[in-house]
Ligand binder design. Structure first.
Ligand code: GLN
Length: 350
């Protein structure tokens, strides 16, 4: 495999690198599609997309970047941001901690002393966070949440009702967590409503490109690089990045931070969203998951990109701050000349 060295990074060489990665990992068929939410079991295991959006709006993509899937746990990052905006950091910390659990994302555990869920990136913490979203009733709360997602994504979105209903009727573990938290006074009486809103946020549909734009918005201090909308108060970006870094990959978070070294969040539908702060957003979509619920191809792709370009936050081998300047040699806007065939943009000619 011949890959361009990081020293001579251009838009074309980066696109070629992503295409090479896609060719390399498409044959990797390890992992299994999540089926504990029955509707998710219908996903295509061969579906595989990679997309990078820089903080100034350049898009690089290869594979199935326009296939829709439900955002699942990746939603937790954004709803946490919304709750921070609604209540402030100090209050949020009284309701949910910021400690990694070392346990599975759906573990039924609370901090023994404080009774708080450990962090907002696991199910218990996310349900607690969702229960805090402000609004005069369920409709307003849902609408506020959808508006927030629209700001991050940059276009209209919808909730996949089949996935929502599938999870709503089978989500007994999540119900158990909510009732446990109610028992300790960590959430209020509107348990079913909070769970519905949580299932709805998990069922918001996105494609790989949307996820990369969302990640790029975080990388760009809360400003969507395509629409220039301020989706989140920049003062809360560091809260999001911190919990993504320590807890975003569940009980793989330690190994992930060691090997990839970037804040990230995965979801059981097969998405992984990675933020290179102040630089770009990366998203990979591939449904087969490892035992911890992370996309198998997604992890390999992220490792290679991070290692090849020296993006690990603690890696000093490359002047990472110049990455986007180097990449910006041939702009390709989000509404630009994508060939739409799922095989990459194919328009970089330098
Ligand atoms: N909706 C899923 C659940 O609550 C989200 C889990 C995930 O993506 N890890 O189980």
């Amino acid at each position: 495999m011949t890959l361009t060295s990081a020293g001579s990074l251009t838009g074309q060489s980066f696109q070629a690198f992503l295409e090479e990665l896609h060719r390399k990992y498409q044959p990797l068929t390890d992992g299994a599609i999540a089926n504990y939410i029955p509707e998710l079991a219908k996903a295509d295991p061969d579906c595989f997309g990679i997309c990078v959006v820089t903080k100034d709006g350049h898009v690089y993509e290869v594979g199935n970047t326009q296939t829709l899937f439900t955002i699942q746990s990746i939603s937790k990052v954004f709803v946490y941001g919304m709750a921070l905006q609604d209540h402030g950091r100090d209050y949020l910390l009284t309701r949910v901690g910021v400690e990694p659990t070392g346990d599975a994302f759906n573990a039924i555990i609370l901090d023994e002393q404080s009774k708080r869920p450990y962090n907002p990136m696991v199910n218990a913490g996310a349900i607690a966070v969702t229960s805090l979203i402000k609004g005069t009733g369920p409709t307003e709360r849902l609408n506020r949440m959808l508006d927030m997602f629209r700001d991050f994504i940059g276009h209209d979105i919808f909730v996949d009702v089949s996935v929502f209903m599938s999870e709503r009727t089978t989500g007994h573990r999540n119900r158990a967590m909510a009732h446990l938290m109610r028992n300790f006074g960590m959430i209020d009486d509107r348990i079913d409503e909070a769970l519905d809103l949580y299932f709805q946020q998990c069922s918001v549909t996105v494609d790989c490109r949307d996820l990369a734009v969302m990640a790029a918005t975080i990388a760009n201090h809360g400003i969507n690089p395509i629409t220039h909308t301020q989706a989140l108060d920049s003062g809360y970006i560091r809260d999001l990045l911190s919990v993504m870094y320590t807890c975003g990959m569940y009980n793989f978070a330690g190994q992930w931070s060691h090997e990839v070294g970037l804040p990230a969040k995965s979801g059981v539908s097969g998405g992984i969203m990675v933020v290179v702060p102040n630089q770009f957003g990366l998203a990979v979509f591939s449904p087969p998951l490892d035992a911890r619920g992370n996309s198998v191809r997604g992890i390999e792709v992220c490792k290679e990109i991070s290692n090849h370009y020296g993006l690990h936050l603690f890696d000093s081998s490359m002047n990472c701050t110049r990455f986007v300047q180097q990449l910006g040699t041939k702009p390709h806007g989000i509404d630009g000349n994508s060939n739409g065939d799922g095989k990459g943009i194919g328009t970089l000619s330098d």
